[in-house]
Design a protein around this ligand. Structure first.
Ligand code: PNS
Length: 156
């Protein structure tokens, strides 16, 4: 049984995240989308809201579960018996941070591999923070996030 963890803030989930989830679901028996509970950041959406939006969006994928975690990612991955951490890469600018994170995680848990998936070019410009800004100022986000998220951004 190959299990992958796809961790992140998902504040909110975007079509770029969804692309990574669907591709990861094809590669592994089970995928756990793990939403971080980060006390250092004040998110736009609560943990409960972020998990609910991803659950709704990932409903078509039977091998994808959505959970939340706090603390070290590698501890959570071990608890879940996941062999792999999946991260999406959009551009060269993501690389430094992701490289550092992957090496730090490997130092702490050498048995867990980090897999990087290149984003589809259609989503290479997308980020949750830009989506939040665009929505805040009334811009069109309909091609950036799943339909359920559009409504939540309008309400929140
Ligand atoms: O979507 P994000 O904000 O880029 O995700 C970052 C995340 C959640 C993957 C990262 O912050 C994380 O793993 N946090 C848990 C704490 C941890 O394990 N830190 C050490 C690894 S660098």
């Amino acid at each position: 049984m190959k299990r992958a963890i796809y961790p992140g803030s998902f504040d909110p989930i975007t079509n770029g995240h969804l692309d990574i989830i669907s591709r990861t679901a094809r590669l592994f028996d089970q995928v756990v989308v793990a939403v971080i509970r980060n006390p250092e950041k004040i998110p736009r959406f609560s943990l409960k809201q972020r998990v609910a939006m991803i659950k709704q969006t990932a409903a078509p994928f039977p091998n994808v579960a959505v959970e939340s975690f706090a603390g070290l990612l590698v501890d959570y991955a071990r608890e879940k018996k996941a062999q792999v951490i999946v991260r999406g890469l959009r551009a060269v600018s993501d690389f430094d941070y992701e490289f550092q994170m992957a090496l730090t995680n490997r130092k702490m848990a050498p048995e867990i591999e980090t897999f990087f998936l290149m984003t589809d070019y259609k989503y290479s410009y997308l980020s949750s923070s830009f989506v939040r800004q665009i929505s805040h100022f009334g811009g069109d986000i309909s091609e950036m996030v799943p339909p359920g998220v559009i409504d939540k951004l309008k309400q929140n």
